[in-house]
Design a protein around this ligand. Structure first.
Ligand code: AHG
Ligand code: MN
Ligand code: MN
Length: 298
């Protein structure tokens, strides 16, 4: 079954199906930019990170597609300084994007991704509780999409014709023992150090690539926890609420997992700024809840 037939079968609106089609049609053009895409662009984003050409091209390609679609009211992108209001008469969706997640892995040819969330109410700053669909596209040996909407998570594989075909539906994030610990160890807080020590003592296996999308994908498949915690010099950690953590938290919860900032549920965040960051612990429900308990004792 194709992605579009899956969306139709599950009762998504024609507009939503059109929007997903607009986004998936950009996958090949973005993949085509990989050759030479690792070169530095000579510019910096709002986080002070030096952009590579691929970050900029993926952003431009998607943005242009949204402009032409007449379906989108607001776009927020990790590579833009502020929310972009599109003046389309018909457009009513809000979209957030990390056009290229894990860009430091492009020069080493490792898996990266595109992370998207959709707000049916059109308002990307209205709070993560208003996300209605979220998905990521893994650009690895295979091109794969993991889509969450309503109460269901499904995986699709990009075929030779450039169409996403259903591979699995009803995906459940299992309890498991992978851990993916971000952030410099010498900047971890004592409380976080303790959490990691407990995972290690309980036989958790380390898997960390430096790109949230494939790292989270492993957790979705095998269970465990991905964390990018509060650091002694960065109390909000590194990852971004709107573009990275919010969409993945939505996917994790729809698959029966959990996502917290240490104390509170990620999906309860109402961001006050477009570049807001948050610490995150995301993965198997029981593992994340145990971490929450442990951190609350500190
Ligand atoms: P981006 O390439 O979109 O800037 O995101 C990189 C993020 C995320 O994908 C990853 O989990 C994290 O940064 C890695 O950070 P470290 O290099 O500090 O491990
Ligand atoms: Mn990212
Ligand atoms: Mn990015």
């Amino acid at each position: 079954m194709t992605l579009d037939s899956y969306l139709e079968k599950n009762g998504y609106s024609q507009d939503l199906r059109d929007l997903i089609q607009v986004i998936t049609a950009q996958v090949q053009p973005i993949k085509d930019e990989f050759l030479g895409g690792e070169e530095k662009a000579g510019t910096y984003n709002i986080y002070g990170e030096e952009q590579i050409k691929l970050d900029k091209r993926a952003n431009e390609i998607l943005l242009e597609a949204f402009r032409n679609s007449n379906l989108v009211k607001q776009v927020a992108s990790e590579e833009e300084n502020e929310v972009i209001h599109l003046n389309s008469k018909k457009g009513h969706f809000g979209v957030t994007m990390d056009p290229l997640d894990g860009s430091s892995l492009i020069p080493t040819n490792l898996t990266v991704g595109i992370i998207i969330s959709i707000y049916k109410n059109g308002e990307v700053m209205s709070g993560l509780k208003n996300i209605t669909q979220a998905f990521y596209i893994l650009l690895g040996p295979l091109t794969v999409m993991v889509f969450a909407g309503k109460n269901e998570v499904a995986e699709f594989l990009y075929n030779k014709e450039g169409i996403f075909d259903l591979v699995k539906e009803g995906i459940i994030l299992p309890e498991g023992k992978i851990y993916s610990p971000g952030g410099l160890k010498n900047k971890w807080t004592d409380a976080h150090r303790d959490v990691i020590r407990t995972l290690q003592e309980n036989g958790f296996k380390l898997r960390y690539s430096g790109s949230f999308t494939p790292d989270f994908h492993q957790i979705l498949n095998y269970g465990g926890v991905f964390t990018y915690p509060a650091l002694t010099d960065k109390p909000y950690g590194k990852l971004r609420v709107l573009f990275e953590v919010g969409p993945m938290a939505f996917i994790a919860e729809k698959a029966g997992g959990a996502a917290i900032d240490g104390k509170s549920r990620i999906l309860d965040i109402i961001p006050t700024k477009v570049d807001q960051r948050t610490p995150v612990y995301i993965g198997s429900k029981e593992v994340v809840l145990k971490i929450k308990e442990k951190l609350s004792l500190k």
